[in-house]
Write a protein that binds this ligand. Structure first.
Ligand code: HEC
Length: 131
């Protein structure tokens, strides 16, 4: 008898402990596909070997470089945490919309499904600490 009563208690304990511990922000950043637009650890999509054209000032692309247009995706690493969370919330709530924001909104269902407000704060805090 006792075992039958204990089982739901154990299951409930496992579920609640899972919710109580914040998910790893670095893992979430990958899992939520943020890396595909903001680069590894949010370091941005421009590679170190990218060069600006001496005359036009435009980016020069080399074979194997990222697709054109990706340089417009902002670098997040090392930015102020208050700024990052405010921008993230504005983007997700539709308050910020400058034309490219819609690209990021495509993953909103994923963000809604996998994260809480605290997870988003943990992600931005993680990003702001990257040097
Ligand atoms: C499909 C591409 C894409 C994905 C995936 C994506 N973003 Fe973005 N993100 C963008 C673009 C484009 C902008 C700039 C939008 C704008 O200018 O309004 C942006 C802007 C931001 C900003 C504001 C940066 C600034 O300097 O103002 C934050 C913070 C941010 N993203 C966080 C995230 C996080 C966290 C994730 C993962 C949960 C994520 N993004 C996933 C494309 C993406």
């Amino acid at each position: 008898m006792r075992k039958i009563i204990l089982l739901p208690v154990i299951i409930a304990a496992i579920i609640s402990s899972n919710l109580a511990f914040a998910k790893n922000p670095a893992k979430l950043f990958k899992q939520l596909t943020c890396v595909t637009c903001h680069g590894q650890q949010g370091r941005g999509m421009i590679r170190r070997r990218d060069r600006l054209h001496p005359k036009t000032g435009k980016l020069l692309y080399k074979k194997g470089d990222l697709k054109k247009g990706y340089e417009a995706y902002p670098k997040l690493a090392g930015q102020n945490v208050g700024y990052l969370i405010a921008q993230l919330q504005d983007i997700l709530a539709g308050r910020r919309n400058n034309g490219k924001t819609s690209k990021m909104l495509k993953i909103k269902p994923l963000i809604d499904k996998l994260t809480t407000e605290d997870d988003l704060k943990a992600i931005t805090s993680y990003l702001s600490k990257i040097k």
